[in-house]
Design a protein. Structure first.
Length: 275
């Protein structure tokens, strides 16, 4: 069913498509809702698998528990929408605006979020395994406990984001902006953070074993009690950083700037522990 340019009051599969529409549990699988005006619509539990929602207006819509696997949401307006527990596996959200949206426990495995706006979005415990977030804006987002294993976050904006206990194992964060981000107790083993900006970030008690931080900006970052075993910190700026109690055994510190860094109790690359 194709909505050519969309007309107010259009019906698809017997459902009226309009702002504020009650579409709870609706069967809209593979429906063409391109440019649809569904602001504030009730789509809880709706089946939108494979649906075309490109450039649709879903601002403030309730999509809790909705099925959106393989859906095309490219450029969609999802500002402040409720997508809690929604199934968005392999969905295309390229360039979509999800500012302030609730995506708690949402499943976004393999989803395309390249260039998407997720400012202040709530992604607590969301599953973003292998998701593409290249260049996405996640500033101020709540990603506590989120699964970002293998995710592509190259050049993503994560300034001020809350990533406490997030799993970023093997994630690609080259050039990512993580200034003032909270990464306490995050799992970042083998993550790629080349040239990433972690200025003043809180990385306390995180696991960065085997991570690539070559050329990263870690000035004034809190890396106390952090595992950095076998990490590549070559050329990294660690000036003023707190590395007290950190484990740097086997780490590469070639050309790293450690001026004014606190290394009290840190285990150095050669195994010695500083007083």
């Amino acid at each position: 069913m194709r909505l050519m340019g969309y007309r107010q009051g259009m019906e698809v599969n017997g459902y009226k498509i309009e702002p504020g529409a009650n579409l709870k549990g609706a069967n809209l699988r593979k429906a063409d809702l391109t440019f649809a005006k569904l602001r504030g619509a009730k789509l809880r539990d709706a089946d939108l698998m494979g649906a075309k929602l490109r450039d649709a207006d879903l601002m403030d819509a309730d999509l809790m528990d909705a099925k959106l696997m393989d859906a095309d949401l490219m450029g969609a307006n999802l500002v402040s929408a409720n997508l809690s527990r929604a199934m968005l596996k392999a969905a295309d959200l390229d360039g979509a605006d999800l500012s302030g949206a609730s995506l708690r426990l949402a499943k976004l495995l393999d989803a395309d979020l390249e260039g998407a706006t997720l400012r202040d979005a709530k992604l607590r415990d969301a599953n973003l395994w292998d998701a593409d977030l290249d260049g996405a804006d996640l500033s101020g987002a709540n990603l506590v406990g989120a699964n970002l294993v293998g995710a592509n976050l190259r050049d993503a904006n994560l300034m001020g984001a809350d990533l406490v206990r997030a799993d970023l194992t093997g994630a690609k964060l080259t050039g990512a902006k993580l200034r003032d981000a909270d990464l306490r107790e995050a799992e970042m083993m083998a993550a790629v953070l080349c040239r990433a900006n972690l200025e003043s970030a809180n990385v306390c008690r995180s696991n960065l074993s085997g991570a690539n931080l070559a050329g990263a900006n870690l000035t004034r970052a809190n890396l106390s009690d952090t595992f950095l075993r076998d990490a590549d910190l070559s050329g990294a700026d660690l000036s003023g950083a707190d590395l007290s109690g950190a484990d740097l055994s086997g780490a590469n510190l070639d050309c790293a700037n450690l001026q004014a860094a606190n290394l009290t109790g840190a285990r150095m690359p050669d195994g010695t522990i500083l007083d």
